[in-house]
Write a new protein. Structure first.
Length: 216
């Protein structure tokens, strides 16, 4: 049986996944030593990121040429908005701000996704976005039952759930089916965008760990 597009994309970027899984932010999250100020910074930056994701999905849905693809983009919107509200509450609980200035990494990452949602076909945007929920899903498998702080458990409850695992399976299946109709060159271009998003995923953890700021 031939490899699917998502299988090829994963194989082409495997070393990058391992770097993400071994990032000190996640290692300290797992052993309960992650400082609250780093977690607070993560949430402050993740709020505008999730907001951008909601906007991207609306753009992609508006460009869909079939009801199936349109509904595919709109279906999880309530779940994503619910996660946004959850993280807004966590920011407040940690004493953070819900209107913090975007860091360089968060600014670049959101613009990367928004540009693809605006300028490319829906499948190309969603193939590029896939590393975000897919890496969280796999991190969830790795840290399940290991988190020590209640606030960390609350944050990861959704990503550890069977609902999230099933959602990733559906996402991958839809992207694979739509990507199969594209030319080899466009499939390769999608893998390059997938790779760029993985780089941003790594940088997002690094951004939060170092509490990145603008140099000027």
């Amino acid at each position: 049986m031939p490899e699917t597009w998502t299988e090829r994309a994963r194989k082409a970027t495997e070393p990058m996944w391992e770097k993400i899984f071994n990032h000190p932010f996640l290692k300290e999250l797992e052993d309960g030593t992650l400082p609250d100020e780093k977690l607070q910074y993560y949430f402050e930056q993740n709020l505008p990121y999730i907001d951008a994701v909601v906007r991207c999905r609306c753009l992609a849905a508006g460009k869909a040429t079939s009801e199936e693809v349109r509904d595919f983009f709109l279906d999880p919107a309530p779940v994503i908005v619910g996660e946004l509200r959850h993280q807004q509450n966590m920011v407040r609980d940690l004493g953070g701000r819900t209107d913090a200035t975007l860091s360089p990494t968060a600014h670049g990452y959101t613009r990367h996704l928004l540009t693809l949602a605006w300028s490319r076909e829906p499948v190309e945007y969603f193939g590029a976005f896939l590393p975000c929920p897919w890496t969280y899903d796999e991190i969830g498998y790795r840290i399940k039952g290991k988190l020590k702080k209640e606030s960390h458990k609350s944050w990861w409850e959704f990503y550890l759930s069977q609902e999230h695992h099933d959602m990733i399976s559906r996402y991958r299946g839809m992207v694979d089916r739509l990507a199969a109709d594209l030319t080899p060159d466009r499939q390769e271009a999608m893998i390059e965008n997938f790779r760029t998003t993985l780089r941003y995923e790594y940088r997002f953890w690094q951004m939060a760990y170092t509490r990145e700021t603008w140099e000027i």
